[in-house]
Design a protein around this ligand. Structure first.
Ligand code: AMP
Ligand code: MG
Length: 415
């Protein structure tokens, strides 16, 4: 449904770097058309369809930033105390026309500054006695006040198109007095698992079977993205059924994700199924875990075939499926958040590919120390549940030693 050209993922090299893969996605996948109005809370996590210009300034009027006394700065003596009669009280939510020369007004945070008043002295710095306030010298004009529009000027772009809306954005939109905003439509993503060995959780397991976990991991990962996900079940290791299911689902989705069945084994039918329904490009990604990835287009809809091993499926989801979803969703690029850490392990790797090692982050005096999960298998689900982050070991690195500065991608940031 995304109407991609058949050969948009074509790539000639033997091994594709993660950066090349992401550049191809950024260049070849166009944002889906269409937007809709969403209420404030419905807009959370959605992609803003157009620049949001402020219909009013924020704050809307000149107001007191503290509890204290408002006065005209011209009435403040340059040296010695100034004594001004306190002629009125002004709470937040009340308004007053103007201030008479040589007087002060008791004012509270958020109350509009009376016309002519330009400065507020904090109550902690002032002394009130016998109906007058004693002000100390030295305060600058405009102190402790908030000018209208100091936060957002009227007509300014408050939020940019393509932004994936965060909780604080929702508050900003409310502060501008709006109750809804234009967001891009959700990406319809269909998720399949593949494999004769897979059983549906909740059913009897049977001999030689294992419960499907990837589909649930992937659906859970998609829940954090501007997506309408459909659970399309488990496909048997059977070419015709796989091809029919993918071709059928391509007609009603903007993106299809599968896991498993993309290596070179006899039971790996996803590639052939994509080829049958559309056009396949096999990507051998220079990434570990997760090397094989099938990319393709069926009837204009992109298909991403992720590897079957659960850790590989997560890592390739983050590097291929996530940017693909964000592109289709019309979101501006959002690189995965990366933070510095100190390696708490020794590790050797091949040059030329990027590796992700599951680590637990331990707070230290300086940078957090990344302790490696002791075992390496790409099928170990607990290597993800008992870790907090992926340590990213770049293509050119071959040796990592304790104390080396590395980069980590914390799960709480990337998911
Ligand atoms: P495959 O790439 O299909 O050969 O799968 C590689 C490994 O991942 C095998 O051990 C599969 O059983 C396992 N696997 C594949 N798909 C899933 C899934 N949806 N849930 C759990 N494990 C899976
Ligand atoms: Mg399989």
């Amino acid at each position: 449904m995304a109407q991609l050209s058949d050969d948009c993922f074509a790539f000639g090299g033997p091994l594709m770097s993660v950066d090349e893969a992401q550049a191809l996605i950024a260049e070849r996948v166009p944002p889906l058309p269409g937007s809709e109005q969403a209420g404030l809370l419905q807009a959370l996590g959605r992609v803003l369809a157009e620049d949001l210009r402020a219909p009013l300034p924020l704050p809307p009027f000149f107001n007191a930033a503290v509890d204290g006394y408002a006065f005209r700065h011209i009435d403040l003596a340059a040296a010695g105390e100034t004594r001004l009669p306190v002629v009125a009280r002004l709470q937040a939510g009340q308004a007053m026309n103007g201030i008479a020369p040589g007087t002060a007004i008791r004012i509270f945070t958020g109350a509009p500054m009376p016309g002519g008043a330009d400065t507020v002295m904090m109550q902690e710095d002032a002394r009130e006695e016998d109906g007058a306030v004693l002000l100390v010298p030295g305060l600058k004009r405009g102190a402790n006040c908030r000018p209208a529009g100091e936060d957002v000027a009227q007509g300014a772009v408050a939020l940019e198109a393509g932004r994936r809306l965060l909780p604080q954005d929702i508050g900003l939109v409310a502060a501008l007095g709006l109750t809804s905003l234009a967001v891009r439509r959700r990406v319809r993503v269909g998720v399949f698992s593949t494999g004769d060995e897979l059983a549906e959780p909740g059913t009897a397991l049977g001999a030689a079977r294992t419960y499907d976990s990837n589909r649930f991991t992937l659906l859970a990962l998609l829940a954090g993205l501007p997506v309408e996900a459909s659970d399309l079940g488990i496909l048997p290791d059977e070419p015709a059924a796989t091809a029919a299911a993918l071709t059928g689902a391509a007609a009603t989705h903007d993106l299809l994700l599968t896991s498993g069945g993309v290596s070179t084994g006899e039971a790996d039918h996803v590639k052939a199924a994509i080829e049958q329904g559309g056009r396949l490009v096999f990507w051998r990604l220079a990434i570990k875990p997760g090397r094989p990835a099938a990319m393709g287009v069926i009837g204009g809809t992109p298909v991403v075939g992720l590897p079957g091993n659960p850790v590989a499926a997560v890592v390739t989801f983050l590097h291929l499926a996530r940017p693909m979803v964000l592109r289709l969703a019309g979101a501006r690029p959002e690189p995965l958040p990366r933070f510095p850490a100190e390696a708490g392990f020794a590790y050797r790797k091949k040059a030329g590919r990027r590796e992700y090692v599951r680590v637990r982050l331990v707070a230290g005096d300086g940078l957090p120390r990344a302790e490696k999960f002791p075992r390496e298998g790409a099928g170990l689900l607990t290597s993800l549940t008992q870790s907090d982050a992926l340590a990213e070991l770049p293509e050119d690195v071959t040796v990592v030693g304790p104390g080396d500065r590395i980069v980590v991608l914390p799960f709480r940031g990337v998911f």
